[in-house]
Design a protein around this ligand. Sequence first.
Ligand code: BES
Ligand code: ZN
Ligand code: ZN
Length: 488
Amino acid sequence: MKFVLSNKPLNQIEADLEVILVVNKNLDHPWVQDRTDLALFGFNGEEEQVAFLPHLARLYVSTPSLEHDEIRNATAKAIKTLKKSHAKSLKIGTYIDKCPVVNIKAMVDGFIFGDYAFDKYKSKKEEHSIQEIMISTQEYSGKSFSFENAQEAISQAQIVANATNFVRDIVNTTPDDMTPKKFAKVAKILAEENALECHIYNKKFLEENKMGAFLAVSRASNHPPRLVHLIYRPKNPKYKIAIVGKGLTYDSGGLSLKPSEHMVTMKADKSGASAVMGIIKAVSELALPIELHAIAGLCENMIGGNAYKPDDVLVAKNGKTIEVRNTDAEGRLVLADCLCYAQELKPDFILDFATLTGACVVALGEYTTGVMGFNKELKEQILKAAEASGELAAELPFNKYLGKLLKSSVADISNISSSRYGGAITAAMFLGEFIEEANRDKWVHLDIAGPAYIEKEWGYNPYGAGAAGVRMAVKWMQKLTSEKKEHN
Ligand code: BES
Ligand code: ZN
Ligand code: ZN
């Protein structure tokens, strides 16, 4: 899909169709030319309405406001409606609320997300009719803005939205088609395309590095584990950041086997690892001045004669011992070792992304990411970035009483809490035990168990993989690097 920004007014732009947004039921706006036809359709501008008038080559979409996420909903709806049409190009004006860049990006996001379809396993492929989108600088309320800034906003939005869809493709792919080895191949191709440094480590490396927790989780699978480490090294980085992702290419629960209805969708337990691939893709294409390390811990949690067991005591990379009381709490074990590995790089910030707990979904609902960690300000920055990017996120606060529930009588720590309440927080506090004292304020954990995968469409998000974490993390890094000078 190609985007073209034009200085011409809408009526001078040639396109097969025009898309008009009806904002807050305002049918009196001069861009709304077809009131009689619209009335015939029963279109009155109420939320979520669409009216396609093919004989007039116009499509009307209602939006309750010009708030950026509503713009995403509206343009996604437009492209979805037109997928099966024969139109190849469309034109649309600009709709600015407070900031031109924010709303132009949102418009592009909506078009790209609305056009996404995962049809790898369908005999009949989805249609994608629209090839070209002409955006006129003519603005809904007559506002003017910089052409260059708008142009830049369009290309940045394309980079981030395409990286988001790249993550969706990885997550939606079946466990047999996205084993740790195959995932590593995807990472290698990305590294080649984006000139990233690429390290792919196998079981031997994990053994040499004494990553006993990660190894235990991976042991019963026929597909051996991989640790992928991609690095983006720009010339004068202002920061060094490590992003770590949980990459369970399948989570059966292990010997603490999941009931069958909970096992379905567990191909999405690799969403954290997939997100870090998408983030490094976007950051490298945006050429942000960040030395970025993307670390993915990839394995399967399976059953078998050699499976790790409840009652086992594992030794993590940093020497801490962990009593296993539930093999389904495996993500924290893989991450514990990966976080130790990441800290050896001495980064300024460490973010981890994981479909870590069902409890996070219970706490916040399926659309919202849980943000946890020791550093209040850093968490707030991430929450703000989430809001600005169109993702939903909320903080879940630590407290020392919950931390005590991870005590073990036989090892340094237990892999599950002794209480069934507060499970998202206790899981994050378990990870916190593997963050060195000096790094406590550098770390944030994002539990994406809800929005990483939803078996229904929501807003402009398609069925399936949500690529949660990608847009908010990139936004945070954009913000961070636009505020600080050289790093020494
Ligand atoms: N991968 C799951 C968490 C999950 C659940 C992700 C639902 C997405 C949707 C994780 O490995 C897990 O099974 N966690 C357990 C932890 C429990 C045993 C303490 C859970 O949430 O039930
Ligand atoms: Zn699990
Ligand atoms: Zn899991």
